[in-house]
Design a protein around this ligand. Structure first.
Ligand SMILES: [Zn+2]
Length: 175
């Protein structure tokens, strides 16, 4: 079985940032792009607390889908199972740098919430699994990081030099 594309990136070298994970062509030849919005260095720093992660999912999904400039471009926003970041799927194929402000604004926005939107039994599959304070803590941390690294190209590009090697000695090549 082929490894899926995101598994072919060597996760030992991923740093927090905004990366193009994959590009797909759909029906009418238009493109959709999946971005890796990485908050934590995999396997190096602690992953995001699951309650905070769930609250960030709700808040940022709400923000993105209500953003007048972007709402028609958003296909999906959701957490990675490894709890180190999120996937964002957008119509089109913008460079990660072109969504920097969107991501920055989305995480800045978390601070303004006084309750987690949709954290109610009719709206959520686990409505008690939330922690707004933790969500704000992680959001502040990521906002600081993004601001400090605005001009750092490495936060927009997956590590390119290290390739995974299979048991057969073959190199993996990411997209
Ligand atoms: Zn939920």
């Amino acid at each position: 079985m082929d490894l899926i594309e995101s598994f072919s990136i060597d996760h030992r070298y991923i740093i927090p940032g905004i990366f193009e994970s994959r590009v797909d062509t759909i029906g009418d030849n238009s493109k959709i792009t999946t971005y890796d919005i990485r908050l934590k260095r995999p396997n190096v720093e602690p992953a995001i607390d699951v309650l905070g992660m769930h609250s960030l999912e709700h808040i940022i999904a709400t923000y993105l889908r209500n953003n007048p400039e972007w709402k028609n471009e958003i296909i999906y926003w959701g957490p990675m199972g490894c709890l180190t970041g999120f996937y964002l799927i957008l119509k089109g194929n913008r460079k990660p740098e072109e969504i920097y402000n969107l991501i920055l604004d989305a995480f800045i926005e978390v601070e303004r919430y006084t309750e987690v939107p949709g954290a109610t039994e009719p709206n959520c599959g686990n409505y008690l699994l939330h922690n707004l304070s933790m969500a704000k803590w992680y959001a502040r941390e990521f906002v600081d990081y993004l601001k400090k690294n605005k001009d750092n190209k490495l936060i927009f590009e997956y590590p390119k030099t290290k390739r995974l090697v299979t048991n057969d000695g073959n190199n993996f090549f990411d997209s």
